[in-house]
Design a protein around this ligand. Structure first.
Ligand SMILES: [Zn+2]
Length: 332
């Protein structure tokens, strides 16, 4: 969520509080949710092929155990950063498990830095292996997910990318629930590597609590926008953390009365025809974009960021790696 947009909402927070203080009766009826899992074949603190193989295996086992369809979004740059053949085998497992795959660009760079032409070239570079695996099963590469949820700025850049995507058979995969799982995932990896079991379990519990709260918030927020429940799209990442909590995630979805559907089915809802007018530089989710289009506020008064100590652990790991500030390395 953007600071500027939050500041704007703070001005109308009184209205937000009145409208959204009461949790919506989400339990009253079954809703739908699509699962999307980014940064395949894996997002980990340190590159380690067996660790990446394991997390793919466990995510897929978890999805299959609960009969959940999912769409995985691939960064083909990750194929050569480890063992290329094993990385491709991991993608093949997703296809064999009946999951769909989409393009998440080759290098996971931002359109704000690459510009339209450079960004489009990065999308094309991210296609060949994923497209080949899908085509071998008689399927096609149809989905695109923007890294960092950054869709391009100024308006001309966004438009050029959008027009190119549509002309090349891509559909943009929106996100309506972003629980910042990437921020928990690296401290979780770190706890595993240090054999710090109490810390690992603490992070896991904090993550699940934050995820359930964020899903509930998004259910309430989307009802506020459309005056009815709409199918939601959850953003997750291919991490060891998610591999380890698939049953807990399933339990959360059950408690929230959400049935997992494909991305296709979720996006058949007319809400997904709502225009996305946002042309700023921030990576914001689609509820924020639709809030701008529909001129209806989101319930920011009840929004919670990840716990401060998780943010601090993530920042410390980033600075240990001498990488740029958190805003440019976040892993959407
Ligand atoms: Zn990503």
């Amino acid at each position: 969520m953007t600071t500027t947009f939050r500041a704007f909402c703070a001005l109308i927070s009184a209205a937000c509080l009145i409208s959204f203080a009461e949790p919506a009766p989400a339990h009253a009826e079954t809703g739908k949710i699509a699962l999307t899992i980014d940064d395949l074949p894996g997002l980990t603190l340190v590159p380690d092929q067996p660790y990446v193989n394991y997390l793919n295996e466990m995510i897929l086992r978890g999805l299959n155990r609960h009969r959940f369809p999912a769409t995985g979004f691939v960064n083909e740059s990750k194929l050569d950063s480890l063992d290329r053949m094993q990385q491709i085998a991991n993608l093949q497992k997703w296809i064999d498990a009946g999951m769909d795959l989409g393009n998440h660009t080759f290098s996971h760079d931002s359109p704000n830095e690459l510009g339209a032409a450079g960004y489009i070239a990065d999308i094309v570079r991210g296609e060949p292996v994923t497209r080949g695996l899908l085509q071998a099963k008689g399927r096609s590469l149809r989905w695109f997910r923007h890294p960092y949820l950054e869709t391009g700025t100024p308006a001309a850049v966004k438009r050029e990318i959008d027009v190119w995507l549509a002309a090349h058979g891509y559909r943009i995969a929106p996100v309506t629930i972003d629980a910042d799982d990437w921020e928990f995932a690296e401290p979780y990896d770190d706890a595993i590597s240090r054999h710090d079991e109490p810390r690992r379990l603490r992070i896991r519990a904090q993550y699940l609590e934050h995820t359930e709260r964020t899903i509930a918030w998004s259910q309430t927020a989307s009802r506020g926008l459309f005056d009815r429940p709409i199918p939601l799209v959850l953003l997750l990442h291919a991490t060891r953390l998610n591999a380890d909590v698939m049953d807990d995630l399933a339990a959360i979805l059950k408690r929230r009365n959400l049935r997992v559907v494909t991305l296709d089915e979720a996006m058949r809802d007319p809400a997904y025809k709502t225009r996305d007018p946002y042309v700023g530089k921030d990576g914001i989710d689609w509820l924020e974009r639709w809030s701008e289009e529909l001129k209806k506020p989101l319930p920011w008064a009840t929004w919670r960021d990840p716990p401060k100590d998780i943010e601090a652990q993530y920042d410390r790991l980033q600075s240990d790696r001498h990488e740029p500030p958190v805003t440019s390395v976040k892993s959407n």
